[in-house]
Design a protein around this ligand. Structure first.
Ligand code: ASC
Length: 150
């Protein structure tokens, strides 16, 4: 219960922190750093589940569930850091020139993550694997369109 309340508190704070109307970044560079940090954490928490999805590591329902809960918190973070005038890093110009496409890509990711959350909470391994794959696809498809190749 305590843990759950903590998670809600964190989610509440993040909602406040990610409200676009708040002036959050003093410099464009700060926004770039912030979104790249958030993406790096998302990549870590998503990537660590890959061996389980690939059946290279055992399925631990509770670990997956906890990890997906962390991912849900992280998933709300990056988007407010793509405000006007924050071009830079690996972000392609299309993020700003095709804002509706970028938003659509975010929404697809959010929807896929919602399905992953349902599967993880249900402790359903097969559903987890399918939903995990779909989230990975949504990451890749957004990166293909909106992230500069390294
Ligand atoms: C990751 C990560 C991504 C996605 C993507 C899935 O772990 O860092 O960008 O998965 O590679 O296709």
């Amino acid at each position: 219960m305590r843990k759950k309340l903590g998670l809600f508190a964190v989610a509440g704070l993040i909602t406040l922190a990610s409200t676009p109307s708040m002036a959050q970044f003093a410099k464009a560079e700060d926004a770039v750093k912030y979104r790249e940090a958030a993406m790096a954490l998302m990549g870590s928490h998503f990537g660590r589940m890959a061996p389980v999805a690939k059946k290279e590591a055992p399925y631990d329902k509770d670990k997956i569930k906890e990890n997906v809960a962390v991912l849900n918190v992280l998933a709300g973070l990056p988007w407010a850091a793509y405000g006007a005038g924050t071009e830079g890093g690996e972000a392609k110009a299309e993020i700003w020139s095709d804002a509706s496409g970028f938003k659509q890509a975010q929404d697809q990711f959010t929807t896929a993550l919602g399905k992953l959350t349902v599967a993880a909470d249900a402790g359903d391994f097969d559903a987890f694997r399918v939903a995990f794959g779909a989230v990975g696809k949504s990451c890749k498809s957004c990166h293909d369109s909106y992230r500069k190749k390294k």
